[in-house]
Design a binder for this molecule. Structure first.
Ligand SMILES: [Zn+2]
Ligand SMILES: [Zn+2]
Length: 445
């Protein structure tokens, strides 16, 4: 197991023809000369050329490594695209601590990679994902969870390389599409800076003192189970019950990622359609059953633009709208959509397999993320829903309403539940032990 602080390589931008930046403080270029100040990195003769503002030029480099001489050194990159493929895509200047690598990939242009210590990376992520006014115990619980998740992800990624393209295409003969998404799909760096992995903007926005304190006071502390760092997953809100790992990912039982009731009292797991119906149509007491704006603002940074009906929610589509969605999201022509039939649920009520019944074809889809992708222009809040169909007298479906619970995959830590626990006075250790049963806390460096 880990015995010292690991270093992370974070993909900052990709596909650039030219890169402009500025080194603030002294850096060493490719282990030899000292450099600083504004620079431009461009491609020529299948190699990299760097021109500094001072006029100094370095040519014919196969790759570029700027290593900081002092810890407080930082660098700026211009025109960093953030939110690739997301609606808030924009470009802005960003600032990072640690080292900068620039790699030239044939046909893919320049890739910029920030080489940063794990704790430095975590401080940035916690600072930008959570409000500085959040309770200290929530920030600490999140620091321990994110730190464990990252290291477990790195260890897994270095063992296997799964990729989205490995999925079999949907053909006219396909009757079942069961997919899940792992994150091991970056090859020359560990994580990207987008929502795909975890949004990361270095120190562009500064690091809040609350985030810095949460990281420093839990430095090197991990969730550990049987001498392995826990794969500590998290999401926005469970909806009252959390789910088992295999219901979202591969068929591996992970003891600390089994379903629990997110409340001081126990709720039995969902075992039938009748129980699922009663569950999502009621509003049982749970830590994440809150509409308190002061709590939600700590977790949902754009809270004022977001809806707060994530604990119990519903969405309606006309039959034609759903047919068009299936065409667009899955390339599927089902003919006239007749029904959506739940086939298998996890203990939180989340659907693992759903049958889509049409006049042209009938097909089963899973697991939760694929169901959420297919049945929404973006993503459904969760797959813990029941289906109500309005029909014409002759049985033709007119309108489908999904009544659901929770937000996210429901495996591991419920962020809104954790925020409520912190407000109620629980310590970080109690919060993580509540969600990751059987895991212990250990300081590894
Ligand atoms: Zn990524
Ligand atoms: Zn919850």
């Amino acid at each position: 197991m880990l015995s010292h602080e690991p270093t992370l390589s974070v993909g900052i931008l990709e596909g650039y023809e030219e890169l402009r930046g500025q080194l603030e403080g002294s850096f060493v270029l490719n282990g030899s000369r000292r450099v600083e100040g504004p620079f431009t990195c461009a491609i020529g003769n299948n190699n990299l050329h760097i021109v500094f503002a001072s006029g100094e030029t370095v040519t014919d480099l196969p790759d570029v490594r700027f290593s900081p001489v002092a810890q407080e050194s930082s660098f700026l990159l211009e025109d960093v695209t953030i939110g690739v493929k997301f609606h808030w895509e924009r470009k802005e200047q960003q600032r990072f601590r640690g080292g900068l690598r620039v790699v030239l990939r044939p046909g893919k242009g320049l890739t910029a990679i920030n080489v940063v210590s794990l704790e430095e990376y975590l401080a940035s992520v916690i600072s930008s994902e959570m409000s500085a006014s959040a309770p200290a115990e929530l920030l600490r619980a999140h620091a321990i969870t994110s730190r464990s998740w990252l290291v477990a992800m790195l260890e897994r990624a270095r063992l296997v390389h799964a990729s989205l393209e490995a999925f079999a295409p949907i053909t006219p003969e396909t009757t079942e599409v069961i997919r899940w998404y792992s994150r091991e799909d970056h090859d020359i760096y560990d994580v990207c800076a987008d929502d795909h992995c975890q949004r990361y903007q270095g120190i562009s926005k500064g690091i809040s003192s609350a985030a810095a304190e949460a990281i420093a006071s839990t430095r090197g502390v991990f969730l550990v189970h049987e001498n392995t760092v826990c794969d500590a997953r998290y999401y926005k809100a469970c909806g009252g019950l959390t789910d088992n790992f295999p219901n979202s990912w591969e068929e591996t039982d992970i003891p600390y990622l089994r379903s629990i009731a997110d409340s001081p009292v126990t709720h039995p797991p969902i075992r039938s359609e009748g129980e699922a119906e009663r569950w999502v149509l009621s509003s049982p007491d749970a830590y994440c059953n809150t509409k308190d704006p002061a709590i939600l603002r700590q977790i949902l940074l754009s809270f004022d633009q977001e809806t707060t009906d994530f604990y119990r929610w519903h969405v309606s589509y006309t039959r034609e709208e759903l047919e068009a969605l299936l065409q667009k999201k899955a390339g599927l022509d089902v003919g006239t959509l007749m029904d959506l039939v739940p086939l298998q649920r996890g203990p939180s009520g989340r659907l693992v397999r759903l049958r889509i019944v049409g006049t042209q074809r009938t097909l089963t889809v899973g697991k939760d993320l694929e169901i959420r992708r297919w049945l929404s222009p973006s993503h459904l809040y969760s797959s813990a829903f029941i289906v109500r169909v309005e029909r014409r007298e002759d049985g033709m479906a007119l309108k489908f309403t999904l009544h659901g619970a929770g937000w996210g995959h429901g495996v591991g830590l419920c962020q809104i539940g954790a925020a409520v626990m912190a407000v109620r006075g629980f310590a970080a250790e109690e919060i993580v032990r509540h969600y990751f049963r059987g895991a212990e806390l250990r300081k590894l460096y």
